[in-house]
Design a protein around this ligand. Structure first.
Ligand code: 3H9
Length: 705
């Protein structure tokens, strides 16, 4: 009975008395309708064939199964549904073994949970990450996992979405064995033959006794409910806890029915759509034209110029990726400071118990500091992170031009400056690129890869490969003032200043935006980053500012008092005794009142809803301009930038995805309405107007690529 089903995505081969069922559906064996049908057919075939004594389910290639096919969500469902496939596996009268290599995630783990025995190879990772997609495990995971490993661990896995390694899985009873073979099929077949030889019975997980201690289970559920309530906004967290409660309270089949209801509710929610968009967008953003046509250059050794906060953070990111770093600084004192900045990060981890001093020493063995540019003549890639001033940068680049070997990639971490100008100031502009890290650079996922006009395609490909190595989420941007993120930020930040002068308090604005889902409001961000940075930029640009543009001076009045935010103990907020959570400041309110008077503004009240509408309209409109001008390749690149660099709520997908969900016609109508007050600021983006006229959304541009 060696045969295949459904376009060969599920193969069946009889090995003695064991039916080997292989899922072969690249890239990750996701459970598409064909795979589900193939699995169901395989279970039917096994049931009807006397020669078969046991079944092994295995994934072809690196992974077992990465879960439901995420691309099918939101499309008309096709039978057989996954819970039914799982039911057929579990109710087999012949023992079923799941032989796991690589990822057994989501529906993939649910298939494994439906099998009677589980063996996993070293390096396998098991988990129920549905929560990251706004879902809950919908094929019995919420009912079987608590029965198998207890409510506490099951809820931890389902609420965090984290992956578990084989040793922990074995300890927890999630798997029965760790296979020592490198081949999952061989390990599975050997295990199944052993089970047959010993006459091992079928062992449905639904009958497991992990919930027998009801009081302990209820305690874990109550704890989990508290945790879920803390995470603002995410629907699926609460629903996961509801499903676990059903596992405890209801007979198995009724629990399954309750899980299905809750799953379908999550599936239909806009949060699921936003999170799935984010999942694909952050993978698409790495697909850029240059990476398709050019091979990356080597980057085995890296130099960082400048050991300030940014340079040190970049050095840590590089060290964490296992690469060596040489840091160049002006003098011995600065070298010591740079090293201190790097060590501080690792010492923090040691304090939290997340790193051992021995490991720190191993990591730092790859780190050197030097004052001599000549010491970096052999490195493959240099990242400049010195003071944000064109003259200073050009000076560094002249040195790099002198010492770097031919073909070395020379990157700047500038966040605003014209990288074309920097590139053109040396003899090898083809090797120059922008790598805009976000602070703290070892933590923030976003990396804007800024592509100047003369850069060689293989340098761009190198930057994307480096981002992969550093586990960053890369976004391709073209050169403009602020690139994608900071350019858009400058505009919506201004909309917040206008609202503040027109009558909303900074505290109301921050709160309205936090309630929308942002990690922080704009005034909190300003206090955290330091008001002096924006102030310096404003002063620099004063001469070139459009005299007809509205300019709110409140921030300047606050900075003139030396109130730069958290580091000075006050900014928009008061931070008594170094506290990091600010309190509203009546003196700031007085400054705002005075400025309103000076500007001749009669304050009016704002609802939170209007605050969000204006802020988002400004963000979306500038996002559309950035796409229209080719600064961002696609709307999804704007989304990825904001989710990973600007605290935008991931479950809303990003600003452009959010705009699609609101309706572009509504956003445009808002902008036109606001333009009646200030036509210079609220100028509709030509792209937004075009899409509305054509009845299209931003996502149509993502799909067109
Ligand atoms: C679920 O299971 C619901 C059930 O409980 C209930 C159902 C009723 N589907 O990440 P990579 C694609 S929800 C479709 O770059 P890696 C991915 O887009 C699901 N496609 O590789 C990419 O495509 P492309 C729960 C998928 O080696 C390619 O595969 N499961 C899926 O760095 C390679 O992906 C999850 O949430 C999928 N499920 O990491 C797991 N997964 O080449 C999600 C991936 O066109 N997946 N693709 O860009 C992952 O975490 C990682 O992909 C994995 C591999 C760790 C598996």
């Amino acid at each position: 009975m060696n045969q295949s089903d459904n376009a060969s995505v599920v193969r069946r081969e009889l090995h003695g008395r064991v039916l080997l069922v292989t899922i072969d559906h690249p890239p990750v064996n996701a459970l598409s309708a064909d795979v589900r049908a193939g699995l169901a057919a395989a279970m039917d075939a096994a049931a009807g064939d006397d020669q078969v004594g046991a079944v092994v389910i295995v994934g072809h290639g690196k992974n077992f199964i990465a879960g439901a096919d995420i691309r099918e969500f939101g499309k008309p469902p096709r039978e057989p549904f996954l819970p039914e496939v799982c039911r057929r596996i579990e109710s087999s009268v012949k023992p079923v073994v799941a032989a796991i290599a690589g990822a057994a995630l989501g529906g993939g783990l649910e298939i494994a949970l439906s099998a009677h025995y589980r063996i996993a190879l070293k390096g396998a990772k098991l988990g129920l990450p549905e929560v990251a997609l706004g879902l809950l495990p919908g094929s019995g995971g919420t009912q079987r996992l608590p029965r198998l490993v207890g409510a506490k661990l099951a809820l931890d896995l389902m609420l965090s979405g984290r992956h578990m390694g084989v040793d922990a899985a074995l300890d927890a009873g999630l798997i029965d064995r760790v296979g020592d073979s490198a081949d999952a099929s061989a390990a599975g077949l050997a295990y199944a033959n052993e089970l047959l030889a010993s006459g091992a019975p079928v062992r449905p997980t639904r009958d497991a006794q992990g919930l027998a201690d009801r009081a302990a289970a209820q305690g874990a559920i109550d704890e989990a409910r508290k945790t879920a309530a803390k995470a603002r906004g995410l629907l699926s967290l609460g629903r996961i806890v509801d499903a676990a409660q059903a596992a405890l309270d209801l007979p198995f089949e009724q629990g399954m029915a309750r899980e299905r209801e809750l799953f379908l509710e999550c599936l239909a929610s806009p949060q699921r759509a936003g999170l799935v968009h984010a999942f694909f967008a952050e993978r698409e953003s790495a697909k850029v034209p240059e990476a398709r046509v050019a091979q990356p250059r080597p980057f085995a050794s890296i130099a960082v110029i400048g050991g300030g906060t940014m340079g040190a953070g970049i050095a840590v990111a590089v060290l964490d990726a296992g690469l060596p770093v040489i840091m160049i600084e002006r003098d011995d004192e600065s070298i010591a400071r740079g090293r201190q900045n790097v060590e501080k990060v690792y010492d923090g981890l040691i304090k939290k118990g997340r790193l051992t001093p021995e490991r720190k020493a191993e990591i730092l063995a790859r780190y050197t500091g030097s004052t001599r540019y000549d010491d970096i003549r052999d490195v493959d890639l240099v990242i400049e992170a010195v003071f944000e001033e064109m003259g200073v940068k050009k000076g560094v680049f002249a040195e790099l031009d002198r010492v770097c070997k031919p073909g070395a990639v020379i990157a700047t971490n500038t966040s605003y400056l014209d990288i074309d100008e920097i590139a053109n100031s040396i003899t090898r502009p083809q090797d120059v690129i922008g790598l805009h890290f976000f602070s703290p650079a070892n933590i923030m996922k976003l990396l804007e890869i800024v592509v100047p006009a003369k850069v060689a395609p293989d340098v761009v490909a190198t930057a994307f490969a480096l981002a992969g190595k550093l586990r960053k989420v890369p976004v391709r941007a073209k050169v403009c003032d602020g690139f994608i993120g900071n350019r858009i930020l400058a505009v919506y930040r201004q909309s917040a200043d206008y609202m503040m002068e027109d009558g909303a308090s900074p505290y109301q604005i921050d709160k309205a935006l936090r309630d929308f889902g942002f990690a922080m409001g704009p005034f909190q961000v300003s206090d955290l980053a330091g008001g002096d940075i924006g102030w310096a930029t404003r002063k620099r640009r004063a001469a070139t500012r459009d005299p007809n543009a509205r300019y709110v001076q409140i921030a300047d009045r606050i900075c003139e008092r030396g109130w730069f935010g958290q580091k000075t103990g006050r900014g928009y907020y008061l931070y008594p005794e170094g506290s990091r959570t600010g309190q509203p400041d009546p003196e700031v309110q007085a400054i705002i009142d005075a400025e309103r008077k000076r500007a001749g503004v009669t304050p009016r009240s704002f609802t939170d809803e209007e605050i969000v509408r204006r802020y988002m309209a400004a963000m979306i409109n500038e996002g559309a301009n950035v796409v229209n001008e080719g600064i961002a390749l696609r709307p999804l690149d704007v989304d990825v930038t904001f989710v990973h660099g600007y605290g935008f709520p991931r479950w809303r997908g990003g600003p452009m995805k959010y705009a699609d969900s609101v309706g572009l016609d509504k956003v445009l109508a808002d902008i036109r309405e606001f333009a009646k007050e200030d036509a210079l600021f609220w100028k509709p983006s030509p792209l937004l107007e075009k899409l509305v006229a054509e009845g299209k959304d931003f996502d149509s541009l993502n799909r067109a690529q």
